[in-house]
Design a protein around this ligand. Structure first.
Ligand code: ASP
Ligand code: MG
Length: 420
């Protein structure tokens, strides 16, 4: 059993879906195809959620109709003579989204739970379309409903999977519904009580890794719009180099530093079962791409640059001028965890602790709570630049003329919090 994952960019239009079908058709063994929402659908659904909660009915209806047009546009290009089966399926889901949003106008539900109930439809729609196209092109398959098969807790927008229960559900469903190819939604799951959940933005890679872990897959392949894992984001650096092999350890470090190419949570479920992860270009399926695995004979020999954007540097100073003692650090990190802040760097001195975190909608509440114990100051609009395997010349080249608010260097890695 192999797992293939296709992100939003790979299924953003009819040509993308056809290309996916061709890649899948080349694989003759057992396969689970994990698919994200089409194109920028998750962003569009996020906006729909905000409009519903702020009571802007007219804009909300227009937004939903744009989402509808986008999906129907792809379907009609795929099936120019019309296909009522898939159209009816989509119409039914859009009807459910509309009902959720209309109810929200009145009931003003809690943001996170409502978000998951609506945003999860992005993947539910894309997988329906993909599964249908595969069938029509001769790859018989079964579409899995991950809201029932990936059992999670109820931490909405960042749900944590219950592996034992999920594995049981998934395996028993597959045993009673045998097929060579399955199609599954990335990013989404559901609680035991039947509420839809999501695993956090860009979480489809994570879903693919979880599925691979539960099914003891032989490998996972993430099909992307880049040739593989590069030593820098090609949108930010002109000349990039493909890294052919990485260890799980390298990959975790890169993902933590902010490399967009894989979601940070993806590695653990794979490392635990020694399942290799391939990253390959969907426009050139024959290309070698990159592989992440236990060990490598080809260590990374180029400097690697990673930018983690949208950073906020929070500085906490003990109010009573006491040292920041261990027990207060404990409380500090408990607060950070409870408010779901994502920490990218930590530095402490005698009476201050600086914590660099991703900007998030939970930050304000966290800072309010922290200001009970600390004098809190913060700087927004920052980037964290990590340079691995570097030389002083390279560092100078990339930091010159920039305001560095915080830096940390080890023998191998230099990290800078930069004001752009
Ligand atoms: N569709 C979700 C997102 O855009 C999950 C994913 O693409 O991985 O965040
Ligand atoms: Mg996406």
């Amino acid at each position: 059993m192999k797992v293939y994952k296709f992100g939003g960019a790979s299924v953003k239009n009819a040509a993308g879906v056809r290309n996916l079908a061709q890649i899948v058709a080349r694989e003759k063994g057992e396969l689970v195809v994990v698919v994200s929402a089409m194109g920028k659908t998750t962003n569009a659904l996020e906006r729909l959620v905000s409009l519903s909660l702020s009571g802007e009915e007219e804009l909300m209806l227009r937004q939903l109709s744009d989402i509808r047009d986008y999906h129907f546009g792809i379907v009609s290009e795929l099936f120019p003579t019309g296909h009522t089966f898939i159209e009816n399926k989509l119409e039914a889901m859009l009807g459910q989204i509309l009902a959720c949003c209309k109810a929200a106008l009145v009931e003003k539900p809690e943001y996170d739970e409502f978000y998951d109930s609506v945003v999860s439809f992005g993947e539910l729609m894309s997988t329906r379309i993909v599964s249908y196209v595969l069938d029509r092109e001769g790859t018989q398959n079964i579409c899995l409903d991950m809201t029932k098969l990936l059992v999670t807790d109820d931490t909405y927008r960042e749900a944590r999977p219950e592996m034992k229960k999920s594995q049981h559900s998934l395996k028993s469903f597959m045993e009673s519904n045998p097929a060579r190819v399955y199609v599954a939604q990335g990013f989404i799951g559901g609680t035991e009580s039947g509420r839809r959940t999501t695993l956090g933005r860009e979480g489809s890679d994570y879903s693919a890794a979880l599925i691979a872990n539960m099914l003891d897959a032989e490998s996972v392949t993430i099909w992307k719009d880049v040739p593989g894992i590069l030593n820098a984001d090609p949108r930010l650096i002109n000349e990039t180099t493909l890294i052919h092999e990485l260890t799980y350890f390298d990959a975790v470090e890169l993902a933590y530093s902010g490399a967009q190419v894989i979601h940070p949570k993806t590695i653990r479920p794979l490392e635990n079962k020694h399942i290799p992860l391939y990253v390959k270009p969907f426009m050139n399926p024959e290309a070698e791409g990159s592989v992440i695995k236990d060990t490598t004979a080809r260590p990374i020999d180029v400097p690697v640059f990673i930018w983690r954007k949208n950073q906020v540097l929070v500085t906490l100073r003990a109010k009573d001028f006491s040292f920041v003692l261990e027990d207060s650090l404990n409380r500090l990190f408990e607060t950070i965890y409870r408010h779901r802040l994502k920490v990218s760097m930590i530095q402490s001195s005698a009476i201050t602790v600086s914590v660099c975190v991703d900007k998030s909608r939970y930050l304000e509440a966290a800072l309010k709570e922290l200001s009970e114990d600390y004098r809190v100051t913060f700087n927004e609009g920052l980037s964290l630049l990590t340079i691995r395997g570097t030389t002083p010349e390279i560092i100078a080249q990339h930091t010159e003329g920039k305001t560095i608010l915080l830096s940390q260097t080890t023998r191998r890695t230099a990290r800078y919090v930069i004001k752009e």
